[in-house]
Design a protein around this ligand. Sequence first.
Ligand SMILES: Cc1cc2nc3c(=O)[nH]c(=O)nc-3n(C[C@H](O)[C@H](O)[C@H](O)COP(=O)(O)O)c2cc1C
Ligand code: SF4
Ligand code: SF4
Length: 292
Amino acid sequence: MANKIAIIYFSGTGNTEQIAKELGYNFENSGKSVTFFKVEDLIKNPAQLIINGYETIGFGYPVHAFGVPKIYKKLLKILPHGNNIKTFTFKTMGDPLCNGGSNTDLRKQLAKKGYVVFYETMYVMQANIGIRYEDELIEKLYLFAKEKAKYDVKNIIENKTSLLKSDFLTDVFSIIFNNSEHSGSALISSTFYVNKNCTLCGNCVKICPELNIRIENKKIKFGSNCTFCMRCFYECPKDSINTFLPIKLKGFKSIQTIIKSGNLCRSYLIDENKNGMILKRIRKYMERCSLI
Ligand SMILES: Cc1cc2nc3c(=O)[nH]c(=O)nc-3n(C[C@H](O)[C@H](O)[C@H](O)COP(=O)(O)O)c2cc1C
Ligand code: SF4
Ligand code: SF4
């Protein structure tokens, strides 16, 4: 009992999944056994999650519009009572700007279901929407995250309490922005279209975590149940899915593809001569994490 950890996560395009794996690897290196649950699998089959027997549970998610992805609402509904189990949360995001609100909200929602959050951590990774980071920066963020995962696992095992800071205005802003994204996602997915290169291979239908894509009369149709995860965009073998909105990143590669290609840069330290608002925030994030 004292050795079992469950990690429940949602990952649209691989970043959060990679962090879940890094955390799992470090837990296992410390003698723990780890079971992973994907949010979409739990929603399809809630009975597979039996809380009794775990020492600690971790919840992971990508930040969507300053909050949790819409699919987390379904997860929170089907989650069994936690009986005050010790809980940690981790999130990935493209930019550390105004990020605290998602934690406050999730912490409260989990508390209502009997999960006591004592540790919260965040990982800046490549953005999967809007701005594509340079390959070197994506690699540096990942190398830093690998080190941070070691540090977080040590703290979690030692039962250190660490909650991410927020403030009232950030919390309110996050709730408003996040709720608007959730209610607008059906409208957004109505802008998705498929170009003539589509071969009707069915991959997008299979991988959509919300079962929101179907083939009808030899055409791909999107429903109104989208969690706006970007997975279908980047995993279509013909790069056929697009939208009129300027959100899809040209040449996006999952972190798993980048790792597999080898040749990662050697250090996570960012060149001091490189400037820009996002880089400034990323440097601060790295400094605050007290690994450098
Ligand atoms: C719909 C949507 C909204 C997002 N909103 C934010 C945001 O508010 N702040 C942020 O830093 N990153 C945001 N991102 C970027 C993701 O949080 C980030 O790339 C994350 O690591 C993706 O993780 P995944 O690969 O596990 O899905 C957003 C991504 C999507 C698809
Ligand atoms: S994955 Fe791409 S090519 Fe395959 S059915 Fe979907 S849109 Fe068409
Ligand atoms: S339709 Fe695409 S973006 Fe929406 S939930 Fe499914 S895979 Fe994600």
